[in-house]
Design a protein around this ligand. Sequence first.
Ligand SMILES: NC(=O)c1ccc[n+]([C@@H]2O[C@H](COP(=O)([O-])OP(=O)(O)OC[C@H]3O[C@@H](n4cnc5c(N)ncnc54)[C@H](OP(=O)(O)O)[C@@H]3O)[C@@H](O)[C@H]2O)c1
Length: 237
Amino acid sequence: MTIAGKTILVTGANRGIGRALVEEALGRGAARVYAGTRRPLTHPDERVVPLTLDVTDAGQIRDAVTAAESVDVLVNNAGLSVYDDLSDRAALERLLEVNLYGTHGVTSAFVPALTRSRGAVVNILSITAWAPIPVIPAYSISKAAAFSLSQSLRALLAGAGVRVHAVMTGPVDTDMSRALDIPKASPESVAHAIFDGVEKGDDEIFPDPVSDAMAESWRGGAAKALERQYAGLVQPG
Ligand SMILES: NC(=O)c1ccc[n+]([C@@H]2O[C@H](COP(=O)([O-])OP(=O)(O)OC[C@H]3O[C@@H](n4cnc5c(N)ncnc54)[C@H](OP(=O)(O)O)[C@@H]3O)[C@@H](O)[C@H]2O)c1
């Protein structure tokens, strides 16, 4: 997979990592970038085509599928984080609605297009999928669930020639992590590493120094070996 000449769709494209992914795709020579946003967006590059896309809105997802002529790479970047202590079920449901069901809904809708292009899904997840941060437990649960979703989709879509990449992101300097006073990677460096990982065909992508420290142990570990073994249970086709 090379980004040059391809059509990329990024959700949550108006700010943070999503906006950096749009610029990175343009810089790598993407032919077209569909920018999914909840509010109207304008962009000076004519290769950018705005799409109104709240990932929790089934009607907007259907309209996006109709509007996009083809898609080679779907980047499920839109995400939500809130501080909670698991005492409020509604907070957990809201995070699952965006981070899990939003990712599931958009991906399911674009599977036919991605099958035609033999394309790729890129899910922007978090290392909290593996080590929950107890001040954002509902967020951590939603990312853990979205990681499991990514692993199953990888096995289920392999026969259709569609790759599924899970981006195990550490702290990045965006609105989402504004309150955290810790070292953070820039959205631009993270976007660069994400498309490097897609071009290399990495299942898991570790796009910043904190997550990169986990890469080797994950790739050579028992859990990854078991994922590969279980993937063999899916019948091709
Ligand atoms: N920043 C970090 O440290 C970090 C670490 C690990 C993983 N991540 C993940 O990286 C991704 C991007 O986050 P970010 O750091 O760039 O955060 P951000 O600056 O807060 O941006 C979040 C983006 O998601 C969009 N969004 C939220 N709910 C949506 C919905 N229902 N439908 C469509 N778009 C929606 C937002 O749109 P609006 O502008 O309309 O709200 C915004 O564009 C997320 O999946 C996040 O979980 C971030």
